[in-house]
Design a protein around this ligand. Structure first.
Ligand SMILES: [Zn+2]
Length: 376
């Protein structure tokens, strides 16, 4: 991974590059920033840079023996720790290395990713993974290996908040007496869930979210999008590059949700009960995941329409199409009904999650919306 392959983050890159130059490489870093802000590729680029034999212009060379191994993630002094799941027979005590081949493929295929995508990649959508206790033995074992060829032994811990407390405590002990020549890079999505004693043992590097402009450029490089659509999607993604891709790739869903939201609101306003009953019937045949996504979508539109009444335009994240609809619709969502309406969509969401009867949940929701939309 090269610094130049990662969009934006100019100041972060400059400060990382200065560290070895000024002999200030710390033994433990924590890259702190929201999901989808590019923390992982930055950490990888930094690790590669630290070990590059001939860095040029603030980036690694890509030509030396170290860079070549880094490019395949097979450098013997590069170690990864990440959440894993228990899979079938004989794998009751998984550690990161049990999944190292999958991990390399996964990371090499994409620059930016999140935990759901990783679990999907290893076919563990329905499982709860973690960094299990026995991982700490692995860490100690790897630290005791002598540094083969690199200047630094680098251990990248992705999502340390997923560590079993026993493993966290062992890691803390290691960080209290850091082995020479080792650089830990911890990459949490939720640093407040990492035990504070570990937090205080690391040097924190703040990674800000991507700007809307940067996201727009990234998605326009990857997908054929006109400026207006790209702007709309980039704003929706809220600085998260993983969401930006999801939104573009799920834009068919987005259209579907939009049309159904508009239908529900219009027909509720007109009290077209029979049409709504038929609609509820159809919607209840979607998969539960899709029904939940629909309710999440509705919640977002309610929130954005409510906020747009406050005329704080910058806060509103809507696609051009949604914006067009909102010009007339927003006044219908106000102090009299916005909170209750949001409440109805989120309780429908939780009832679906608890396996409630979809038809009844939709019917109930329809009746509530009819009443609430009239309460303007
Ligand atoms: Zn190099």
């Amino acid at each position: 991974m090269f610094f130049r392959d990662i969009k934006g983050h100019i100041k972060v890159k400059e400060s990382l590059v200065r560290m070895p130059a000024e002999n200030r490489v710390s033994h433990a870093y924590m890259f702190v920033g929201p999901e989808g802000s590019g923390k992982f590729p930055l950490a990888l680029a930094f690790a590669q840079y630290l070990n590059c034999e001939a860095p040029v212009n603030g980036d690694s060379c890509g030509e030396c023996a170290s860079c070549k191994k880094y490019s395949k993630l097979v450098h013997p002094d590069l170690h990864f720790v990440f959440p894993v799941v228990k899979t079938g027979e004989g794998a009751s005590n998984p550690v990161s290395d049990s999944f190292i081949r999958e991990w390399r493929d996964f990371v090499l295929q994409r620059k930016y990713f999140n935990l759901t995508q990783w679990y999907n990649f290893i076919g563990a959508e329905k499982k709860q993974g973690m960094i299990y206790t026995q991982e700490s033995q692995e860490i100690i074992k790897k630290l005791n290996l002598k540094t083969y060829e690199g200047r630094y032994k680098v251990m990248i811990i992705w999502l340390p908040e997923k560590m079993h407390p026993t493993a966290s405590n062992k890691l803390l002990k290691i960080l209290e007496e850091p082995p020479a020549g080792t650089v830990f890079i911890l990459i949490p999505d939720n640093p407040e869930e990492v035990i504070s004693t570990i937090l205080s043992r690391t040097q924190q590097i703040r990674i800000p979210p991507f700007s809307t402009e940067e996201l727009k450029e990234v998605i326009q490089e990857e997908y054929e999008l006109n400026d207006e659509d790209a702007w709309g999607y980039a704003r929706l993604a809220n600085g998260n590059i993983v969401s930006a891709r999801d939104i573009v790739e799920g834009s068919e869903d987005l259209d579907f949700f939009f049309e159904n939201f508009v239908f529900l609101m219009r027909k509720a306003y007109m009290r077209s009960l029979q049409e709504l009953v038929d609609w509820g019937d159809q919607m209840s045949r979607l998969t539960r995941d899709k029904q939940k996504s629909f309710f999440e979508y509705c919640l977002r539109l309610i929130r954005e329409n409510y906020i747009s009444n406050l005329k704080e335009d910058e806060l509103v994240y809507l696609t051009p199409k949604e914006r067009g609809f909102s010009e007339k619709f927003a006044p219908f969502i106000n102090d009299n009904n916005a909170f209750q309406m949001a409440e109805e969509f989120s309780s429908a969401h939780s009832h679906i999650s608890q396996n409630g009867n979809s038809r009844i949940i939709f019917m109930d929701l329809i009746l509530k919306i009819i009443i609430l939309i009239k309460n303007r």
